[in-house]
Write a protein that binds this ligand. Sequence first.
Ligand code: TXA
Ligand code: MG
Length: 306
Amino acid sequence: MDEIQAAAEALRRGKLVLMPTETVYGLAANAADSAAVAGVFQAKGRPSFNPLIAHVADLAAATRVADLDARAVALAKAFWPGPLTIVAPALPGGPVCDLARAGLDSVAVRAPAHPVAQALLKAFGGPLCAPSANRSGRPSPTTLTDAIAETGFAAAAALEGGPCAVGVESTVVSVMDGTVRLLRPGGLARERIEVVVGRLTEAENDAMRSPGRLVRHYAPQSKLRLDAQAPLPGEAYLAFGPWPEGPMVFNLSPASDLNEAAQRLFSTLRAADSLAPLAIAVAPIPGWGLGEAINDRLRRAAGFIG
Ligand code: TXA
Ligand code: MG
């Protein structure tokens, strides 16, 4: 039996699997199995009011989980498989258990693009809940090594998928009552979504933005100092654009490429953190494209929002 089949079999037995996606590594469980899903919450130390994303192979599978209106279908057709999560009304009697939805009437669905995730979803044959594989509040893992260090103790299998190409989590939108709201900026830039469905409505408040984002998130051990033009003595520095090399300097993208910076964000935060600096100073990052998601993660990691 190959690795994918063995992992699918473990999922059917209620076990957890570390799964690569194009955004970050996830800790996957059978979405229909509340005992397995409870194991995910426990492994992450995640509050049970924070719902999980149900991963599906494609749009057809998503329509068996959620009630997708015309705009949701247009978004799925434009961007799936890929780094977009759609929150929509859950189908009554659908497969995603109450615990995974945190008791809400809505459900989050996403078709990931990574070939290993696709192969696992096809071999398993149903939706898989997979939050980022970090322990709650920590930076998301973008390599299998980092994923194993975070929640490997809870997994029966771990699938190698290489370093994640996108590097930040999916963009989360809700498509309900005829309105498309941005709940979490992420690996698909807002500008690309707005080409398909027009201007996004901002979530009115943080509780709506995402039930689980009220805690400090994505955070390393070290303190973060944002919008820093240069490091102070004792600080590590996350540069963006041309910057001289140095023992505590990490460059998110010497070429000022926001996609590259997103891809390297969490692994670079981990690397800087491992030096135990006085603080991690971070260069200003532009707010367009994937810069919106990068700045969101940095502000949350610094404890400024949520
Ligand atoms: O890229 C990703 O999205 C990764 C990979 C593994 O797919 N997963 C991920 O999952 O980031 P997680 O659990 O770390 O983040 C899921 C986000 C949370 O902010 C959660 O509150 C929100 O989606 N969410 C899930 N279901 C929701 C719902 N019904 N209503 C509103 N927000 C929801
Ligand atoms: Mg997460």
